[in-house]
Design a protein around this ligand. Structure first.
Ligand SMILES: C[S@@+](CC[C@H](N)C(=O)[O-])C[C@H]1O[C@@H](n2cnc3c(N)ncnc32)[C@H](O)[C@@H]1O
Length: 335
């Protein structure tokens, strides 16, 4: 099989160059948190290294929080359209594509995925309470105005607390897209072992899966409906200095909902420090991770190898054992 040499490996490559090597209709789930190439402060990747790779989509020199460039979103769309078209090709019919985003760029990302042929089925919301606001005050600019000090003080007083329009961001939208199924959902599931959602998965206090989740305890009502396990320092690894490590529980939740087959392959085209791959491995699924930065590839590999050393971390495997091929047929016959 063409994918054999990639399965359960982290590959150091530019995703757009690598994806054409992946077999058509071979992947069950793609789960990723792509780079947005917005400004240096996004810091979603090692800026030095990525910019040295002559990536034309890296946008440089934006003073943090100051410049709003509508071209950023358009360039992101054009790039993500190409990525999504490849993801569409490699996913099995009915396969799922989950893509993290930012509130500001979600529309461009979802449109790129949609225009590549996917059906946008829903959006998840990762809710959190802690974040740093990027808004800037205007005192610095008032100071530079060509007016007397008294007038400056008057303006400062008038605009006290008014800042650039960047509210504290407390949610991350995640697109949930599906490659169109091959005939009905049931036929697709029987033939390709993907396309339905596992509603046995629980969230919060044993609740039906929801499209909102949080890993912060917020209050009784929200926790009961939407709480997933909080990330631990151990799961990340104290050697892991990636700036945007996703909570393992979120990746596990999305994989559990969508990956049925015992042999399912979960691919992350921007795997960073390997969270998607670790989640897939913990759940007894196969993974393919890709990252352009060798340092992150090494961190991913180390996190994955540490899972082998700590078999108790595989606690979820038992849940997936019943979902073997035969299991599916028996379950569907009963239904
Ligand atoms: C937002 S991070 C992913 C973080 C990941 N979810 C985690 O939990 O560690 C995005 C990753 O994309 C990688 N990246 C950026 N451009 C890339 C490209 N063209 N091809 C492959 N990887 C790329 C960066 O090195 C970065 O690690």
């Amino acid at each position: 099989m063409k994918n054999d040499k990639f399965i359960n490996n982290i590959i150091c490559a530019d995703t757009l160059e690598f994806l054409p090597r992946v077999e058509t209709n071979s992947i069950d789930v793609v789960l990723t948190d792509p780079p947005y190439f917005l400004d240096k402060l996004d810091n979603n990747w090692d800026y030095e290294e990525v910019s040295n790779k002559s990536n034309q989509y890296t946008i440089k020199s934006l003073p943090a929080g100051m410049k709003f460039d509508r071209e950023q979103g358009k360039k992101f769309y054009a790039w993500y359209l190409k990525i999504s078209a490849e993801i569409f090709r490699i996913l099995k019919p009915g396969g799922f594509f989950f893509s993290f985003s930012s509130p500001r760029l979600y529309h461009r990302m979802a449109s790129a995925i949609d225009d590549a042929g996917f059906e946008i089925r829903d959006a998840f919301m990762w809710l959190y309470t802690q974040n740093q606001a990027k808004a800037m005050g205007v005192d610095h600019f008032i100071k530079k105005m060509d007016i007397d000090e008294k007038a400056k003080e008057k303006i400062k007083e008038k605009l006290k607390g008014w800042k650039t329009p960047q509210i504290k961001s407390c949610f991350e939208p995640i697109a949930m897209a599906q490659k169109p199924t091959d005939q009905t959902y049931l036929k697709n599931m029987l033939k390709h072992e993907v396309g339905l959602f596992d509603t046995n998965v629980r969230i919060g206090d044993n609740m039906y899966p929801a499209n909102v989740f949080t890993v912060d305890k917020i209050d009784e009502l929200i926790d009961r409906a939407f709480l997933l396990p909080k990330p631990t320092k151990k799961e990340k690894g104290d050697y892991n200095d990636h700036k945007t490590v996703k909570p393992l529980a979120i990746c596990e939740y999305l994989i559990k909902l969508s990956a049925f087959s015992k042999d399912a392959v979960v691919l992350d085209p921007f795997v960073g420090s390997g969270t998607t791959a670790v989640a897939a491995k913990k759940l007894g699924k196969n993974y393919i991770g890709i990252d352009a930065n060798e340092k992150y590839v090494k961190i991913s590999e180390r996190r994955l190898s540490e899972l082998d050393k700590k078999p108790n971390l595989f606690r979820n495997i038992a849940n997936t054992e019943k979902q073997e091929k035969g299991g599916l047929q028996i379950q569907l016959q009963i239904a």
